[in-house]
Design a protein around this ligand. Structure first.
Ligand code: NAP
Ligand code: MG
Length: 338
């Protein structure tokens, strides 16, 4: 696997181009601000009257409607929710884009599952930072960058890969490393990782641990500390030096418990479930469910957000975090600004 760095990217390629960033949410604000701070000519394309219009304007960015922005740009980066991309592309972006321009994504979903069938004359590229948007921004602002994946689905100019690399470098990713992949691999591994491990698996594991302790009569505050709060401390060690460094940092007692109990929690059944989840992603089953969810008005997302907010781990957690003011200092997420 080849890793690219800033030295492999030709920033002149993106300096010579105007970039339209469509959307100013988690990824959108990070790309727009990082590009601007790298000296790139950026216009943010948004729907009028939305919250983002005000936030991007307050940040000093040039803002236009999505069609206007797309019409002015040589690279159009679609950074709106995946379930909205197909429609926005068809209605506002495809009719407006310049001939031979580049269409960019931060996730392969829309192309891989046929939600966007790109115009024949366009380059189609992916620049997918491997971090939440707020980290993409904060890391760049500190002088670093997060790793990213780049891929090319359509290369009409013969320069699609170089344009993707230049873009990745301009948002800071060349400082830590850019890996080339393809749309299928990025889409399927990204969905699997977030569902099985990062978001789905972790949240259920944390809640199950918390519930077990609380049901057994222990204080919810204790359960919060042991099962949620300390997760970050452990993950920091794993992130820094792998599992070995984490095991070096914890007690022999904790390490022995890890070996004895871990495989009793994540069992062969869990691994079989993971393989099934992966098959559902590969077959398009998951994508169909997600798109239907959106067409139905997102009932699952809304109900589950409400139920999660009411779970004791969230209410107890909010109270405990209020007593630890250092946690909020330098917060990654400021909902007022993006
Ligand atoms: P997001 O924060 O949910 O996007 C919000 C933005 O999209 C806002 O500017 C919002 O404008 C606009 N928007 C929402 N619905 C819209 C619609 N129907 N028409 C037009 N604009 C609409 O999105 P995201 O999480 O950054 O994801 C963007 C892309 O990056 C996705 O492809 C995702 O898979 C990928 N990605 C995300 C992350 C991440 O950290 N979140 C990480 C890697 C890749 P208003 O204010 O007007 O509503
Ligand atoms: Mg994802």
């Amino acid at each position: 696997m080849h890793v690219y760095y800033d030295k492999d990217a030709d920033l002149a390629l993106i300096r010579a181009r105007r970039v339209a960033v469509i959307g100013y949410g988690s990824q959108g604000h990070a790309h727009a601000l990082n590009l601007r701070d790298s000296g790139i000519d950026v216009v943010v394309g948004l729907r009028e009257g939305g919250d983002s219009w005000r936030k991007a304007t307050v940040a000093g960015l040039q803002v236009a409607t999505m069609a206007e922005a797309a019409a002015q740009a040589d690279i159009v980066m679609l950074l709106i929710p995946d379930e909205t991309i197909g429609r926005v592309y068809r209605e506002s972006v495809a009719p407006a884009m310049r001939a031979g321009a580049a269409l960019g994504f931060a996730h392969g979903f829309s192309i891989h599952y046929g939600q966007v069938v790109p115009r024949e004359d366009l380059d189609v590229i992916m620049i997918a930072p491997k971090a939440p948007g707020h980290t993409v921004r904060s890391t760049y602002a500190q002088g670093g960058g997060v790793p990213a994946l780049v891929a090319v689905a359509q290369d009409r100019s013969g320069m699609a890969r170089d344009i993707a690399l230049a873009y990745a470098s301009a948002i800071g990713c060349g400082r830590s490393g850019v890996i080339e992949t393809d749309f299928r691999e990025e889409t399927e591994t990204d969905l699997f990782g977030e569902q099985a491990v990062l978001c789905g698996g972790t949240v259920e594991l944390v809640k199950a641990g918390f519930d077990t302790l609380v049901e057994a009569g222990y204080a919810p505050e204790m359960a919060y500390f042991e099962c949620l709060h300390e997760l970050k401390l452990i993950v920091d060690l794993i992130y820094e030096g792998g599992i070995g460094t984490m095991n070096y940092g914890i007690s022999n007692n904790a390490e022995f418990g890890e070996y004895l109990t871990g495989p009793r929690i994540v069992t062969e059944l869990t691994r079989a479930a993971m393989r099934e989840v992966l098959q559902g992603i590969q077959s398009g089953d998951y994508a169909r469910q997600f798109i239907l969810e959106s067409q139905a008005g997102a009932p699952t997302l809304q109900s589950r957000r409400r139920l999660t907010a009411a779970h004791p781990i969230e209410t107890v957690g909010a109270r405990l975090r209020a007593m630890m003011p250092w946690i909020g200092q330098g917060a990654l997420v400021d909902r007022e600004r993006n």
